[in-house]
Every structure is written in structure tokens, then in C-alpha cells.
Design a protein around this ligand. Structure first.
Ligand code: MEV
Length: 329
């Protein structure tokens, strides 16, 4: 028996980092997916094969007592710790003695702020739980994905695994989500080509917060207010042109505050300004920052903005919002 599951990447539209402090955030699933196939093996071990994980980096392969990693890419080793934790959690719930092999292929660049770790955790939980005969809803799988992130990263809001499991648009706050109405947003994602570690960036913001709470707390509060305004704009019955203008302004303010927290880089800022200059109504970091991706809202200007991102040295991706979260293929 084999089970193939897939889960999507995500963009955080508003509220990354502040969401770790209990403030709200808005995220959407996008149409890049990670595929995980799970099957039994005879030696009771966990085996992970990851031959096609898209990331720049060195070649590493290593093995542990019970766990064999086969991977062509260095940064993939970090991803595999999410996979291993996901399999162990599911085996704890079902049957620890069964040997499980998973094979991973992914369209999502690793460390790009597009939720590659959450997508691989969610797809792994989906495939392995089905293989072991557990009936879990996508919502429950999102919660297990959050547990995986907490075990691997130490700190996580849970927004990435939730949106990857559920799909569409969500407003997320304090571990609870609200589905927002589906709409097509004319976005362009720009990849810097370098990766940031979510774990390290979240820890860096925490250190700044602890050092200067009187400065950082108002920044986080303002980010939360931006999210609530953006939610009102997304839910209000206004013309799309006006909606996009308002969202764009909020994106630009959110980007400035993320920069103030220290999670932007020269390259991210260059892509953000290139997109704005080419006509985007708003542009900001998406995800943890420190490299990774930005996104721009560019109605009727997607190809101009994509070109500007390329000229500025980034890789543009014109993506669509994905209605679907985790699915068994
Ligand atoms: C990462 O995609 C988003 C962060 O806010 C971390 C988290 O919410 O767990 C930086």
C-alpha cells in the first residue's frame, strides 16, 4: 500500500513575526506544492528519501541509527528534521513498530519564507496518518503540524501549517483561524535566491524584544492593527481597485515595520523598491525574512513587476492563491 499526499506553500500577506506574539495575521495558500509518498518497509525503521528538494546548497547525506536520509541538497537536511518529527508524532498516535518510508518531491524553494517546512510536515502527516489508518481532519493535521514546528523550531505561531492544511485565505490569531472569502489577488512573489532560517529570525526578534520591549511592543501592536485593517478591507464591499490601493498602503507600512525589526536584507529591500517603482501598489517581505521572498500586489502590472524583480536580481513567480490545502492524491 502507498499513500501520496500533497500540501501547498503559503504567503503571509500581513502579520509575520507579530503573530508569534499573539497578534493576528493573514495568510493564503499558493499553488506550489510538496508531495510526500508514504509506504511500509519491513525493517521497522523510518526512512526518508528526498531527492528533489529545491534549494541552493551543498550536498549532504547522513544517517542515524534508525533513520536514513538520502538527499542531494544541504539545506534539505533541515527540512528532513520536520519530516522525521512528523513521522514520529504520527507513529506515536498509531503504531510505533511499523516501518515507514517516505519519498518527498517539492516545488517549493526551501528557506524562502514560503512555508516549505510546514508544507512538508503537513503532507507527511497526511500521508503517514492515512497509511497507518488514522482518520484525521485537515484541521487536526494542521494542529499536529504546529506541534512539529514547536518541537523543531522551539517557537512558532502555527500559521504556516494551518494555512497549508486548510488552504485558501485565513485570518489567524492565538491558534485559531477564520476562513476569509476566496478572491484572486494579482500578486507577484520575488525570491532573493538566498534563504533565511525561521528559527534564527524568530529568536533574533525575541532578543530585540527582550532588550527593548518599550520600542518593540508598539511595533508589534501596530502590525496587529495593520492586520485588522487589512481584514476589514478584504471583507468590505468595495470596488477591487479601491481595495487593492488600501491593501497596498498597508503592505508598505507592514514592510517598514518588519525592516525596523531587522528581518529585511539589502536584496529584499531592492526587490521591494523595484516592484514599487514598476507600478506595484504595495510590496513587502513575506515570511520570516533574512533572505527568502517578498511579494508585490500589482493589478494589471504583474509582468512589468516580474521584469523589474528579474532586473533587480531576483526570481519572480506569478502565483495563484490555492483554494485547496492538504489533499490525498
Ligand atoms: C514564518 O512564515 C512566519 C513567522 O511569523 C513565524 C511563525 O509565525 O511561526 C516568522
Amino acid at each position: 500500500m502507498r499513500v501520496l499526499a500533497s500540501a501547498p506553500a503559503k504567503i503571509i500577506l500581513f502579520g509575520e513575526h507579530s503573530v508569534v506574539y499573539g497578534k493576528p495575521a493573514i495568510a493564503a495558500a499558493i499553488d506550489l506544492r510538496t508531495y510526500v509518498q508514504a509506504r511500509f518497509n519491513d525493517n521497522g525503521a523510518i526512512k526518508i528519501e528526498a531527492r528533489d528538494i529545491k534549494t541552493p546548497g551543498l550536498t549532504v547525506s547522513f544517517s542515524e541509527d534508525e533513520i536514513y536520509f538520502e538527499s542531494d541538497y544541504g539545506k534539505a537536511a533541515e527540512v528532513l528534521s520536520y519530516v522525521r518529527q512528523a513521522i514520529e508524532l504520527v507513529r506515536d498516535e498509531a503504531d510505533r513498530s511499523r516501518g515507514v518510508t517516505v519519498s518527498i518531491t517539492s516545488q517549493i524553494p526551501v528557506g524562502a519564507g514560503l512555508g516549505s517546512s510546514a508544507a512538508v510536515a503537513v503532507a507527511t502527516i497526511g500521508a503517514v496518518s492515512k497509511l497507518l489508518g488514522l482518520e484525521l481532519s485537515n484541521e487536526e493535521i494542521g494542529r499536529l503540524g504546529h506541534r512539529v514546528e514547536l518541537l523543531v523550531q522551539g517557537a512558532s505561531s502555527g500559521i504556516d501549517p494551518t494555512v497549508s492544511a486548510i488552504g485558501g485565505f485565513i485570518h489567524y490569531e492565538g491558534g485559531r483561524f477564520e476562513r476569509l472569502p476566496f478572491m484572486e489577488l494579482p500578486v507577484v512573489v520575488g525570491y532573493t535566491g538566498s534563504s533565511g532560517s525561521t528559527k534564527e529570525l524568530v529568536a533574533m526578534v525575541r532578543r530585540t524584544y527582550e532588550e527593548m520591549p518599550e520600542i518593540v511592543e508598539p511595533i508589534l501592536t501596530a502590525m496587529g492593527k495593520i492586520v485588522e485593517k487589512a481584514r476589514d478591507v478584504l471583507l468590505s464591499d468595495i470596488e477591487d481597485g479601491v481595495r487593492f490601493q488600501k491593501l497596498g498602503r498597508l503592505m508598505n507600512i507592514n514592510h517598514g515595520l518588519l525592516d525596523a525589526l531587522g528581518v529585511s536584507t539589502k536584496k529584499l529591500s531592492e526587490l521591494v523598491y523595484a516592484a514599487r517603482t514598476a507600478g506595484a501598489l504595495g510590496a513587502k517581505i513575506t515570511g520570516a525574512g533574512g533572505g527568502g521572498c517578498m511579494y508585490a500586489l500589482a493589478p494589471e502590472k504583474q509582468s512589468e513587476v516580474a521584469t523589474a524583480i528579474t532586473i533587480a536580481g531576483g526570481t519572480p513567480m506569478i502565483t495563484k492563491i490555492s483554494r485547496e490545502g492538504l489533499r490525498i492524491e
